[in-house]
Design a protein around this ligand. Structure first.
Ligand SMILES: Nc1ncnc2c1ncn2[C@@H]1O[C@H](COP(=O)(O)OP(=O)(O)OP(=O)(O)O)[C@@H](O)[C@H]1O
Length: 270
């Protein structure tokens, strides 16, 4: 099978600062200030061409960070990502400029993807039609609701017809009718054999749509495999997690971060 994405030993370190002074000192002095926080720790992942993969995990497990790294929007701290196909990865939620209008954003995003002005003019009507934004297309994006932004991002993404499509929570903010239309479009892409990553908290959508699931937990891969194998395990975990008290969750978190420390400690390139 041909690989579409190969990510090896990905880590992502963020700095957490107690206050603005610490943040500034870290920038301007050679000494290090703030606390290191690893949103991803040694994540290894491969997608075959045509795979439709759901990223699951509780809040803060690293799904968006990892999908943004795959999309090339956020740089990883260490590790490598190889993408096989056109460089047309698009994260639906990313890349819209608030000061620009919807129409200007279409042009900017498409230019960044390497399209010519002529090609963009040809695609523009389909993008506007899919987005259902009507006259709002000439209003600045900062006046849009999150659902409207997501509609614009989604409309651009599906119209430019990428080989690998990353959909990050886009369906959770729009209304039901738009979510259904988008899901239908994603099914069309799936039938065409495109590779897709779907970040969602909707287990129903993941079950309906994804062949495989990557389960992230506190920045580490907890499991990866066929949806029918991983989803039931994840559902059981979520039920248990919901029953846990805050204290129990904290203990679980601490144990996970201890495991993370071991994983990071055994990496030689940090
Ligand atoms: N710019 C940043 N600075 C510091 N920490 C960050 C930054 N971006 C993300 N994080 C942290 O990294 C961790 C992973 O975040 P991420 O958004 O990838 O998780 P997620 O699984 O997508 O969560 P959710 O389900 O809530 O969307 C979180 O603890 C988050 O607080």
């Amino acid at each position: 099978m041909e690989k579409a994405i190969v990510a090896k030993h990905i880590t992502k370190k963020y700095k957490l600062y107690g206050n603005t002074k610490e943040r500034l000192l870290d920038l301007i002095t050679p000494r290090s200030y703030g606390e290191d926080f690893y949103a991803l720790a040694d994540v290894n992942f491969e997608a075959e061409k045509g795979d439709v993969i759901g990223f699951l995990g509780i809040n803060g497990s690293g799904k968006s960070t990892f999908s943004n790294i795959i999309a090339g929007i956020v740089p990883q701290t260490t590790g490598t990502v190889e993408i096989n196909g056109e460089a047309s990865l698009i994260a639906v939620s990313a890349g819209l400029k608030n000061q620009l209008t919807g129409r200007e954003n279409i042009e900017l995003k498409c230019l960044m993807l390497g399209f010519t002005k002529k090609q963009i003019k040809e695609m523009e009507p389909s993008i506007i039609e899919f987005s259902e934004l009507g006259k709002f297309i000439d209003q600045p994006v900062k006046s849009y609701s999150s659902g409207m932004k997501s509609r614009l991002g989604f409309a651009i993404s599906v119209t430019v017809n990428p080989e690998i499509l990353i959909i990050d929570e886009a369906l959770s903010v729009g209304d039901k009718a738009f979510a259904e239309k988008s899901l239908a479009k994603m099914k069309e892409f799936k039938a065409k054999g495109k590779t897709m990553i779907f970040v969602s908290h909707s287990l129903g959508q993941v079950k309906q749509f994804c062949d495989k699931v990557l389960w992230l937990e506190f920045g580490m891969v907890r499991d990866f495999g066929p949806t029918e194998e991983i989803l039931p395990k994840y559902e059981t975990f979520i039920k248990d997690w919901q029953k846990k008290t805050n204290k129990e969750r904290e203990l679980y978190r601490q144990a996970a971060y201890e495991r993370q420390k071991d994983v990071l400690g055994s990496m030689t390139n940090l």
